[in-house]
Design a protein around this ligand. Sequence first.
Ligand SMILES: Cc1cc2nc3c(=O)[nH]c(=O)nc-3n(C[C@H](O)[C@H](O)[C@H](O)COP(=O)(O)OP(=O)(O)OC[C@H]3O[C@@H](n4cnc5c(N)ncnc54)[C@H](O)[C@@H]3O)c2cc1C
Length: 634
Amino acid sequence: MAQRDSGMNRPITRRDFVGGVAVAISGSLAWRWSEAQAPVAPNKLPQTQAVPYPPVRTGMRGSHVGSYEVAHAMRDGARWGSPEETGEDYDLIVVGGGLSGLASAWYFREAMPDARILILDNHDDFGGHAKRNEFWDGDRMLLSHGGTENIQDLRRYNQAGRRLIKALGIDVGRYSEFHDETVYGSHGLTRGVFFGKETFGVDQLFGAEGQPSWREFLARTPLSDAAQEELTRLYESSVDYLEGLNPEEKVEFLQKTSYEKYLLETAGISPEAVSYLWRSSTWAIGLDAVSAWVATGESWPGTAGLGVDDYIETGAVATEESLFCQFPDGNATIARLLTRSLVPGVAPGNTLDDVVAARFDYSALDSGDSPMRIRLDSTAVNVRHRGDPKSADEVEVTYVRGDQAYRVRSRRCILACYNASIPYICDEIPAAQKKALSFAVKAPLIYTNVLIRNWTAFARLKIRGVRCPGSYFEYIDLTEPLNLGGYRHSSAPDEPVVLRLFRAPLDPRMRGQSAPDQWRAARAELLTTTFEDFEQRIRDQLGRILSAGGFDPARDIEAITVNRWPHGYAYGHDPETNQVAWMLDELPPERSPWIAARKPFGRIAIANSDAVADAMTEGAFRAAHMAVEALVKT
Ligand SMILES: Cc1cc2nc3c(=O)[nH]c(=O)nc-3n(C[C@H](O)[C@H](O)[C@H](O)COP(=O)(O)OP(=O)(O)OC[C@H]3O[C@@H](n4cnc5c(N)ncnc54)[C@H](O)[C@@H]3O)c2cc1C
């Protein structure tokens, strides 16, 4: 589609810059304490004092401009001499205001209620990956998650994690109460597949993937007869492709074999059929680097007849009867609940229901004589003990804000940033531990949210989500219909809605290489792709998929937020079996470098999801709790 047709020249809110910086609120902040839980549009707030409100910023978010430059300069050798002494003294400084950092502060305060705590984060918003994307269509608020989406299964949270979730007022049992299944169901919307011309030679959309049967569905697609036959066999039969091996041998084989190789060489599927199955979003890595064992745990096609179910129980992600929960802005709700609990006066209310629409006062995060402060736009560049780490009473932390370096002191420090960055920040750490820290390469990925005028095209095409194997964005779907507190999701096709697009920026030319190598290359691509490049891709792909339903990208796209996460998922392992569950990469001999990496050092402890090699929120909490337990004894 030509750029002009797709609306590249049309103003959208990311260029207007309205919401981000100059939202004005009243000096008395009286509005914050009103009983009303309904969202108040930014342009309806009293106009006396300008306070930034980052959740409404659109354009390039996640790792936004201004958040990472200091850290990269530090990595490349820059040093900041003569920092200004702030004179502040804390009981705990936390580097990193993601879920692990916020939870660290929460657990620490639980152990030491009068503690003075400072959290430093390099972004303009708190929450790390748990990022809120807030759109406005006139007076109507529309929410989505810029990163962390849901509580996938509360059963995977340990006791301390569940205690925190409960204390924040979250009852996952309420999910069915605020999840309105009828919104899309009443219009007969299904999950479909888009065949893009780059991979399949034609642009074609099909609804209801796999319905009424795989054979009938595949017969409608442009796949060759042979590929249809192979896929039908894979989906509809329970062949044991490892017949002759005992269960232990099967498990070992599956753990050592990529799912792609298993499909091609063991199940005898053609590359064309594999192209149809291709996906990467779940772990931000392709089928070439996901083990067939993981695929078996996930019940992916071709694994049903292997007879190893009894061996899966501890290792696989529970998909049935899980205690699942999702909020309209994803786990940003958890970050907001944590922040409201930590920082007095930052937002009204005290329940899960009233936090969703609450407007936070970012000026209260780091103000007055509050014992709990969150300092944004602040990158820690140096953390060291004042004296010999074995006997020092204090730690000093240097951070850079704007062009200026500042120094603060604390009795303890938790590094809740990410492992690979820690050797650059904390030179004192022993060399062997630095090596173990450097092992953690996070998986990059992109979560994009697009505000569209209405979803009539989706209603006409009878789709709510589309898998797009081989396309730039691998999956698109309408946000979940969640109504919580004063917040109301779109309920009819003629209402505006937020659309989500997922991409793992993997280079197909690197297939077969190790996951960390693919991720390093992907990170470089991510940081050099401009917003305009993304916008063009978004308009092109949405136009090609939805135009048959009347969608016009030039007319229907109201706003775009691209959340890029160069350091996304932590390298994953299964906490119960202590095995790398997701990827096939070779581990160093010790097999569990994250255990050596997280060792507390003097008055410094290490949290963040890398510390437990578990990308999920429960991992971030577990790491936080462990770090606090280690430190409160000092
Ligand atoms: C796109 C995406 C989707 C996800 N979806 C889910 C999901 O649905 N469910 C789930 O359970 N988990 C999900 N996860 C995983 C989840 O995000 C993590 O478990 C958790 O949020 C990680 O928290 P963290 O605090 O360890 O790291 P982060 O969220 O990365 O927070 C660390 C913070 O420290 C900051 N920082 C780093 N260095 C410095 C420095 N030198 N100075 C100051 N600050 C610094 C970082 O910029 C960041 O803000 C998702 C992750 C991503 C990326």
